[in-house]
Design a protein around this ligand. Structure first.
Ligand code: FEO
Ligand code: CA
Ligand code: CA
Ligand code: CA
Length: 601
């Protein structure tokens, strides 16, 4: 229907209705195909996937598990050919192995899980007349796993806090873990956020040093055995033996996908927390601003502003320079102030006039100089300590406790910055921070989306809530004043993306409205601001992530299909994508308009 668009930047597809299908459901007039599944070979010599006989040797040459972030980088000189770069966030062993015994995992299961983590780089080929993408054994194909070597840069590189028996230099880390979302940089690399790294380490209760123990506590480590029991197989996951190993995870990772032999970087100047992702905005003078959320209930929003400028071009000299941009600059944490506190009346009602809004300030916590040395802005903490125990720095300077900051994305048309605040069911509960204007609901199950007008390289901003998510019929939801009878229900915003026309696209994780997660478009400018429409839904138990919106296709990651209570490989809750009695497999999917044409209109 042409009238649904209204503004020139709007969308005009027919919204998908909430559902519980074991399928990717797309609008009428669109087609879809799987791009790549967990276990598909990335190299000519890699074995075909065999669910019942998976090995670590096979897995480290195959596409990893639980694809979250996806980036598509065009290959110069090869039309319609891209590098697909994906994060593999975590493993769910009961879905990967029949008869899995959670109390007694085997060495081989541990090794498969380690190699199913990390990232994949895989060449994909488009075709004319459709949005289909087909994987190829390209020269850039690569697996990075929890066994791959990383170099540490920034103020924590070489710090005593990062030294272990295996790495007395404190600069060389084996592995990356829990890579959730990320971003493609304008200079052609990929950033990946190490998120819930705490879950891989056991024996917190046996850490001897009380200071170390207190610092670990702020990151949520737990007593005794870890869920996967990795500490039984490798001392690096045993906090009793290697209390510093955990200090080597929780960073923003940068990968140069154009050089399969390159050593990926952990940038400590951006701080250590549960990085959902990192996304880049470049100011007019070439300054790099990297935004990143700490995805935990009551944790903080951060940005890093570079002191160096980006060099244009993709040649080797530019790449070498640009891969140091995140090693010199200032790290800030956000404090927000509402401008009409009286609007929080405890009823959960959202004002329909102009919603909630206010001002904000970026508080500097750490400056990293070009020689790699840091300066702390936090009383009682050294620069190394701010880089490694960044949450404690945020606590000390009085940053604002948010409802789980997930993805940031900057609108390429307006420069406004958007943040998904996914949910926080502990808001306002006993002993916890109560609702405020930026986090306006107690026991917040559905989340909200914040719109920031930022100085980017400066320290001041204003903000407003774009969406207060949930059932549009409920009084506690808000769609920027758009007619709530004409929007899709939306819950638990997680990843954000923009199309080339300034429309925001939101993928969800954890839908609290009892239907499947999905991908939604939101109009931001003009009379239809706030118009929210569901473009697709993912199979039951899955989350939607990694959306990439181009004219030719929507690319989404379908993560953990069938992840429902009591489900396992012995009792699968989903048979997506292959149907019949097959095991569910996390996969990347492309969706395009039948017969071609621009997505969304
Ligand atoms: Fe892995 Fe914050 O989602
Ligand atoms: Ca995820
Ligand atoms: Ca996420
Ligand atoms: Ca999430």
């Amino acid at each position: 229907g042409a009238e649904a668009g209204g503004s020139p930047s709007g969308t005009q597809f027919t919204a998908v209705a909430p559902n519980k299908e074991d399928a990717v459901v797309i609008p009428d007039g669109y087609e879809q195909a799987v791009v790549i599944r967990w276990g598909e070979p990335l190299f000519a010599d890699a074995p075909a996937f065999d669910f019942d006989r998976q090995t670590p040797q096979a897995q480290e040459r195959q596409f990893g598990f639980n694809n979250d972030f996806a980036g598509l980088l065009p290959i110069e000189g090869q039309p319609n050919t891209f590098l697909l770069v994906c994060n593999h966030e975590y493993t769910t062993e009961p879905f990967m192995f029949k008869g899995y015994d959670a109390e007694n995992p085997t060495l081989e299961q541990f090794q498969v899980a380690v190699t199913a983590h990390g990232l994949s780089v895989v060449q994909v080929q488009g075709e004319s007349g459709s949005g289909k993408l087909t994987p190829a054994f390209g020269q850039y194909n690569r697996r990075i796993t929890a066994n791959s070597e990383f170099v540490v840069t920034g103020p924590a590189a070489g710090s005593d806090l990062l030294k272990t028996a295996a790495d007395p230099t404190g600069t060389k880390v084996i592995g990356t873990l829990n890579n959730c979302s990320g971003g493609v940089t304008p200079w052609g690399t990929v950033l990946s956020g190490e998120e819930n790294f705490n879950q891989y380490f056991g024996n917190y209760d046996k850490v001897g040093d009380q200071t170390a123990k207190d610092r670990l506590k702020r990151y949520g480590f737990v007593d005794g055995a870890s869920e996967r029991k990795w500490e039984r197989f490798d001392r690096r996951f045993d906090l009793e033996q290697e209390p510093n190993e955990a200090n080597r995870f929780g960073y923003v990772v940068e990968v140069d996908p154009w050089d399969p032999a390159s050593t990926p970087i952990k940038h400590t100047a951006l701080g250590r927390f549960k990085h959902e992702a990192a996304t880049i905005h470049i100011t007019d003078d070439g300054t790099v601003v990297a935004y990143s959320g700490d995805d935990e209930k009551f944790d903080y929003m951060y940005k890093f502003v570079s002191s160096k400028k980006m060099q244009p071009g993709t040649g080797q000299a530019s790449m070498r320079h640009n891969m140091t941009l995140l090693d010199a600059g200032t790290l800030y944490v956000a404090r927000l102030t509402g401008n009409e506190p009286s609007k929080i009346d405890g009823s959960g009602t959202v004002p329909s006039d102009n919603g909630f809004s206010g001002t904000g300030e970026w508080l500097p916590i750490l400056k990293t100089n070009e020689d790699g040395k840091g300066e702390s802005f936090v009383d009682g903490m050294s620069a190394e300590e701010v880089a490694v125990f960044t949450r404690l720095a945020g606590d000390k300077v009085g940053a604002t406790k948010m409802d789980r900051p997930e993805d940031f994305e900057t609108n390429p048309k307006t420069g406004k910055v958007y943040v998904a605040l996914t949910n926080n069911d502990k808001r306002g509960t006993e002993g916890k921070a109560p609702a405020d204007e930026a986090n306006p609901r107690n026991t917040n199950k559905n989340g909200q989306v914040l719109e920031i007008t930022d100085e980017h390289a400066g320290t001041k901003f204003t903000w407003t809530l774009l969406l207060v998510c949930g059932d549009p019929q409920a009084a506690d939801t808000y769609f920027s004043g758009f007619d709530k009878t004409k929007v899709s229900p939306i819950s638990c915003p997680d990843n954000l993306a923009f199309d080339d026309y300034g429309n925001l696209w939101i993928s969800t994780d954890g839908n609290a409205l009892k239907s499947n997660d999905g991908l939604f478009s939101v109009v931001l400018e003009g009379p239809n601001r706030g118009e929210t429409k569901q473009f697709l839904s993912v199979p039951k138990g899955a989350e939607t992530c990694g959306p990439i919106i181009s004219d030719a296709r929507v690319t989404v990651c379908v993560q953990h299909p069938g992840e429902e209570d009591d489900a396992s490989a012995d009792n699968p809750a989903s048979h997506w994508p292959d149907g019949g009695d097959s095991q569910p497999r996390p996969s990347v999917v492309a969706v395009w308009k039948s017969g071609g044409g621009r997505i969304g209109v």
